[in-house]
Design a protein around this ligand. Structure first.
Ligand code: NAD
Length: 287
């Protein structure tokens, strides 16, 4: 194995320490950061994500409010709760765990969250701001990836970057962030005709596909930085990424592991966005 391992867990711990200090400073000034999390339905993966987010808040000194709804919850009930939380000055971040049950219009739910409290960065206005390189809440997973690239001093200006996946929560915002950082970005997806042609040119390759060990070493340019966003559960219960770690690590220059790579950074960025929102609220109040 030749690749350097990019340790997302260690970086997340370091950044969470800084976030906890900022949260404590805010609390001392009377503005304790607070995140409200809504979970609708009983998807087991969603329940785990919500539990981890709430636990992450507690450790960082961020107050969390959790609201659980059954899978058959009426959309009006959830919308009413969002309106209440939008109006509550003690709440700085609001997150609705995705995916939602079928009776919900996902876009309408995301748009119902106040732009100022949209710490997931999924509101259309925040997406638009990001695309224009304006100040915005940045979606947590791609934001975490950028922090990792930054901490590893991976050169992005002028680099060839390839993102596999075009989802609203990972692939598209990832491509925008890399574009804003000066990379030449190619977005590949399920309709891409010759994936290897693109990936073999990538100095930075981000995999967000949702298919276990999909990216093998032969798709990677020697020395490339490989970021594995995928979280896939194998039949034996173990987690694995979208990258075939062993064959990829033999070719890449640097690589993120799964677990212990991008995953820990995602929640870290959620905590940071909540603290940023609380800092803005404190500034507005002159605290
Ligand atoms: P998604 O299913 O919404 O998108 C997957 C993308 O992969 C699609 O755009 C699709 O076009 C593309 N794709 C599918 N097959 C392909 C193929 N053969 N060739 C090229 N592209 C192909 O998934 P998502 O929400 O973007 O998540 C992707 C992965 O990242 C999943 O494993 C998910 O669990 C994981 N994830 C991890 C975190 C984290 O915190 N680390 C956060 C979100 C998602």
């Amino acid at each position: 194995m030749t690749a350097r391992i990019i340790d997302g867990k260690a970086l997340a711990e370091r950044v969470r320490g800084e976030i906890a200090a900022r949260a404590a400073g805010l609390a001392a000034r009377g503005e304790q950061p607070c995140l409200a999390v809504l979970l609708i339905g009983s998807d087991p993966a969603s329940a785990v994500y919500v539990r981890n987010k709430v636990a992450g808040c507690e450790k960082a000194g961020i107050r969390s409010l959790r609201f659980d709804y059954p899978a058959d919850a009426a959309p009006e009930v959830v919308m009413a709760k969002l309106a209440e939380l939008n109006a509550d000055p003690a709440v700085h971040g609001i997150l609705v765990q995705l995916p939602l049950p079928l009776q919900f219009d996902e876009a309408a739910v995301l748009e119902a969250i106040s732009v100022e409290k949209d710490v997931d960065g999924f509101h259309a206005e925040n997406v638009g701001r990001l695309s224009q390189n304006q100040e915005a809440f940045i979606p947590c997973t791609p934001h975490g990836v950028m922090k990792m690239l930054e901490s590893e001093h991976v050169p992005l200006s002028g680099a060839e970057a390839v993102v596999i996946g075009r989802s609203n929560i990972v692939g598209k915002p990832m491509a925008m962030l890399l574009t804003n950082a000066g990379a030449t970005v190619t977005v590949c997806h399920s309709k891409t005709r010759d994936l290897a042609f693109h990936t073999r040119r990538a100095d930075v390759l981000v995999a967000a596909v949702g298919k276990p060990r999909f990216v093998t070493g032969d798709l990677i340019k020697p020395g490339a930085t490989v970021i594995d966003v995928g979280i896939n559960r194998l039949p034996d219960g173990k987690l694995c990424g979208d990258v075939d770690f062993d064959s990829a690590a033999a070719v890449a220059g640097a690589i993120t592991p799964v677990p212990g790579g991008v995953g820990p950074m995602t929640i870290t960025m959620l905590l940071e966005n909540t603290v940023i929102s609380a800092e803005r609220a404190a500034r507005r109040k002159g605290l």
